[in-house]
Design a protein around this ligand. Structure first.
Ligand code: GLN
Length: 483
């Protein structure tokens, strides 16, 4: 049961072979029993909400929505009414939102059942989930290794089938990289496709909600339900609600796949390199045409991102002052000390570092030299993509240059930042992208491939991935300890 697709679970619910209560109960118990070893959740709801289950069961019986009765976790940066939303930070340790994020609302309306909140790097800053203020997350494939980040709790929970699907967010790779490290599929839609209302902000021009699940079809179904224009988010795109069409067969004739040969050739890890080449060969065997492409400014992406994202975060996180929002220091007599002490106590080191870098890059005298220059690089990278997408329908490239690393292995911040070199370019350009499992290293660790699409063309990346998954089963493999 735990390794079924959403469509298969939905069939069982519809044909009354299983009830909403049983299905949610099964996954709830798995969350409870595996959270100790994996640490994927910050909050497991005290119990299953009877009213929510009843409503979902009624929706199943009405044949209302394919997602009705399917349990999930939300990354702990989506506001959930009445349920603690910490964003992985002490700053929001006691924050109980009075409202639901639009994403949460959409998935509730579809009848999905929320089991709790997934662990994450503090304020979504990180690539290993070691920066959560609560506890680290372990990779279910090897608990001495990280699950990736910042949506590491969501990815690890899905990999261990503690839930069939989880939401995540991606600013510079936080859905794709953990999906790759945990052997599942993760999609970040185009910027603007999914409302950011009620999603705690890190870098507003980059943040985008998305989905992590074993397969592309699962991701497509949930993404369709959570997307759509939202008057409450002025950056949400005025597009009709996105629909997912699962392809009927694996034929890829006519599909033009851009291959960033230089990136692949430069890969140091031979397993990552070999699997990547094999997956791309698979596309060709199924009728796709491979075209070599080049993104000449992409090697500047990490440098530009680590100016832009901190700049935006320094502004966004200024609201956590212990007065309007966030942790408040005790026994303080004057206002200035209250601000200082509340922020000193509430934020972790990585967050503080980024606030300082951002404030510095935005300060007069440095703005032109850093912030403006980074914006120009961002534009050049977008233009590179525009040129490439005049020739191809989708770009295939690595997600991460390496296999899931060990806890503590990237203690210096810069090597952690470099881990995002292949994911950040598409983020800067706001393009839809995903990671899908393409096999394992000789040591049994999962490897992902990234697909990047044209703006608003989630369909092509997801259907390319689904076609691949119709003929392969890497996405259905589970870590043995959790079978
Ligand atoms: N790892 C990147 C960072 O630390 C990306 C994070 C994200 O996508 N939220 O900023």
């Amino acid at each position: 049961m735990i390794n079924l697709t959403i469509r298969q679970m939905s069939e069982l619910l519809l044909s009354k072979q299983v009830s909403v209560q049983q299905l949610s109960g099964l996954f709830y118990d798995r969350c409870q029993s595996h959270n100790k070893s994996i640490g994927a959740l910050i909050t497991l709801n005290d119990e299953l909400n009877a009213a929510e289950l009843l409503q979902a069961q009624q929706q199943v019986e009405l044949g209302d929505h394919l997602l009705a009765g399917i349990p999930l976790l939300h990354k702990d940066l989506f506001c959930t009414q009445g349920v603690k939303t910490t964003c992985g930070s002490k700053m929001l340790e006691n924050f109980i939102p009075p409202y639901d994020a639009t994403v949460v609302k959409h998935l509730k309306v579809a009848g999905m059942v929320t089991l709790g909140k997934a662990n994450m790097d503090e304020f979504a800053m990180g690539s290993s989930n070691e920066y959560s203020a609560y506890h680290v997350v372990n990779n279910p494939w090897d608990v001495s290794r990280v699950p990736g980040g910042s949506s590491g709790g969501s990815a690890a929970a899905v990999a261990a089938r503690m839930v069939p699907v989880a939401t995540g967010s991606d600013t510079g790779g936080s859905i794709r990289q953990p999906a790759a490290f945990c052997g599942i599929t993760g999609v970040k839609p185009s910027y603007g496709r999914v409302s950011r209302y009620g999603m705690v902000a890190f870098a507003s021009s980059l943040d985008q909600g998305g989905v992590l699940a074993p397969g592309a079809d699962d991701c497509g179904l949930v993404l369709a339900a959570m997307s759509g224009h939202d008057v409450l988010d002025s950056t949400s795109a005025q597009q009709p609600k996105w629909q997912w069409h699962k392809p009927q067969n694996p034929d890829m004739s006519g599909l033009k796949v851009g291959v960033t040969r230089a990136w692949i050739e430069a890969l140091q890890d031979t397993d990552v390199k070999e699997r990547t080449l094999q997956a791309i060969e698979h596309f060709e065997k199924n009728g796709a045409q491979l075209i070599e492409v080049d993104l000449p400014h992409a090697d500047l992406a990490v440098s530009a991102y680590y100016v832009l994202a901190p700049a935006e975060c320094s502004s966004n996180l200024s609201r956590f002052d212990g007065v309007r929002f966030g942790h408040q220091a005790k026994d303080i007599s004057d206002l200035e000390s209250l601000y200082r002490q509340s922020r000193t106590e509430g934020f972790g080191d990585e967050v503080k570092k980024r606030i300082m870098i951002g404030a510095w890059a935005l300060s007069s005298g440095y703005y032109d030299a850093y912030y403006l220059k980074a914006q120009k690089i961002r534009r050049l990278i977008s233009e590179d993509f525009n040129k490439v997408f005049a020739q191809v329908d989708v770009i295939a490239c690595p997600v991460s240059p390496e296999l899931p690393f060990k806890h503590g292995e990237k203690a210096d911040g810069v090597s952690m930042y470099q881990a995002d070199q292949f994911t950040i370019p598409a983020s800067l350009a706001g393009l839809p992208c995903l990671s899908m499992p393409i096999g394992f290293s000789q040591t049994g660790l999962p490897i992902g491939l990234q697909l990047i699409g044209r703006y608003f063309d989630e369909q092509t990346i997801l259907s390319t991935s689904d076609k691949y998954q119709q003929q392969t089963d890497h996405h259905l493999h589970m870590p043995e300890a959790f079978v």
